[in-house]
Write a protein of this length. Structure first.
Length: 197
């Protein structure tokens, strides 16, 4: 499982780091710690044992080079692309919605672009967590997007965010027990309370 984000205190709590937040929530629940692993260019935590073990990776390569860390981790642990789940922020989904897919394009997301480039395929599982688009006229959206994704959540959004992250952690359990296809039925139907339609 790989959460996408940017390392360093400057990016803590930003919308672009929601992938990191999801893995940290799971790690806290399971009382495991992340440790830096130079060989895979990221911080790693492990949950469970044997065949049920989950490896949680937060790349420290910055978003644009996420694929380098992901490729290194798959090679180091001898894992296949089919065993991969990427957790990523999504501007096209409102905060309060999540989507699980078994494949798809990058949708303009630099972390997914890098992953596709390094893996040589776009056929990998991804859990997209909505962060919403900037609330401005469409001609301003492009210029406001960077400050939006690198901005933090306001107080009202933080309440919604916690509900979403709780559901994401439940989703991780469903994926592990039931598989992607069955788990996607519940995950994709989720809508947080007070979520904009």
């Amino acid at each position: 499982m790989v959460g996408l984000g940017n390392p360093g205190s400057n990016y803590l709590g930003t919308r672009h780091n929601i992938g990191f937040m999801a893995l940290e929530k799971l790690a806290n629940r399971e009382c495991v710690k992340f440790r830096k692993k130079e060989k895979i260019h990221g911080s790693l935590a492990e949950v469970g044992f044997g065949e049920k073990r989950l490896r949680l990776l937060m790349p420290y390569t910055y978003m644009n080079e996420s694929g380098r860390s992901i490729r290194a981790a798959l090679d180091w642990f001898g894992l296949s692309v089919e065993q991969l789940l990427i957790i990523v922020d999504d501007l096209d989904l409102p905060l309060g919605r999540i989507r699980l897919r078994a494949n798809g394009g990058a949708g303009g997301h630099n972390g997914l672009k890098s992953t596709i480039q390094h893996l040589g395929t776009q056929n990998f599982n991804r859990l997209r967590i909505g962060i919403g688009a900037p609330n401005c006229p469409s001609e301003e959206k492009r210029t406001r997007t960077i400050s939006h994704v690198l901005g933090t959540f306001n107080q009202n959004e933080k309440l919604l965010l916690q509900e979403v992250l709780d559901e994401v952690v439940i989703g991780f359990d469903l994926i592990q027990r039931l598989g992607i296809e069955t788990a996607s039925n519940r995950i994709n139907a989720f809508q947080a309370q007070d979520c904009p339609n």
